[in-house]
Design a protein around this ligand. Structure first.
Ligand code: IMP
Length: 190
C-alpha cells in the first residue's frame, strides 16, 4: 500500500520506514508532488496533526499520516504545548525555548511535564488518531548534549538522566513519538 508521511524531517522518515518494513510503499511529501508549506494553525497538538493529514488527503487524494508533538508542563497550564517549536519566538531557537521555559518555571515546585505526540492517519477518507506520551519532570538547568529541543531539561520518570544524556536508541525506546508510531504500525499491520 502506498502511504505518504506528511513530514519534511528526514530522521523521522528513516525511523518510521525501518519500523514499517517493505509491506508499505512510504512516500515523502515531495514524492507525491507536495512542495508547499502545510498549514499548522490549530490550537491543539491533535488538531495540528489532523490538519496536516487532512491537507494531504484533500489536495492530493493520497492515504497519509502526519505527526505533531509538544511539551506540556503542568505548572504552566499545559504550555508550551502546541506552541513548543516557537515558544521563545521566531526564528525557532531551541536555546531560547529552553531558557524561557526555565524562567517561567522559576520558583515553581511542581515540575511535572510530558511530551505528547499525536499521529493522524487518513485511509480512504477515514481518520484515525494514535497518541504517545512520555511523562517526566523539568529540571532547573540543562544537562547533556544529545537529542534536540527540550531534551536537556526533560528527565523521564524512572530515570536519573535527561533525554539529552541518553543515546538515540535509549531515548527512542521510551519516547512519546515511538509509542505513537508503535500504535500506528500495529493498526496498519492488522
Ligand atoms: P514536532 O511536531 O515533532 O515538530 O515537535 C514540535 C516541537 O516540540 C519541537 O520543535 C520541539 O521543540 C518539541 N519536541 C517535540 N519532540 C521533542 C523531543 O523528543 N525532544 C525535545 N523536544 C521535542
Amino acid at each position: 500500500m502506498t502511504l505518504c508521511f506528511a513530514t519534511n524531517n528526514a530522521n523521522k522518515l528513516a525511523e518510521i520506514s525501518a519500523m514499517l518494513g517493505d509491506q508499505f510503499d512510504l512516500k515523502t511529501l515531495q514524492e507525491i508532488g507536495c512542495f508547499e508549506e502545510i498549514p499548522e494553525t490549530q490550537d491543539t497538538i491533535a488538531g495540528n496533526s489532523r490538519q496536516k493529514a487532512q491537507y494531504v488527503w484533500e489536495h492530493f487524494r493520497v492515504n497519509c499520516f502526519a505527526d505533531d508533538s509538544g511539551l506540556e508542563v503542568d505548572a504552566l497550564d499545559g504550555a508550551p504545548g502546541v506552541h513548543s517549536a516557537y515558544y521563545g519566538g521566531h526564528p525557532r531557537s531551541y536555546e531560547r525555548n529552553v531558557n524561557l521555559l526555565l524562567t517561567n518555571l522559576e520558583g515553581k515546585t511542581d515540575r511535572k511535564a510530558r511530551f505528547r505526540t499525536v499521529i493522524t492517519l487518513v485511509l480512504d477518507g477515514q481518520y484515525h488518531a494514535f497518541e504517545g506520551v512520555a511523562e517526566g519532570v523539568i529540571l532547573t538547568e540543562p544537562r547533556g548534549t544529545g537529542g534536540f529541543g527540550y531534551d536537556p531539561v526533560f528527565q523521564p520518570d524512572g530515570y536519573d538522566r535527561t533525554f539529552a544524556e541518553m543515546s538515540l536508541d535509549e531515548k527512542g525506546a521510551i519516547s512519546h513519538r515511538r509509542k505513537a508510531f508503535e500504535k500506528l504500525i500495529a493498526f496498519l499491520k492488522k
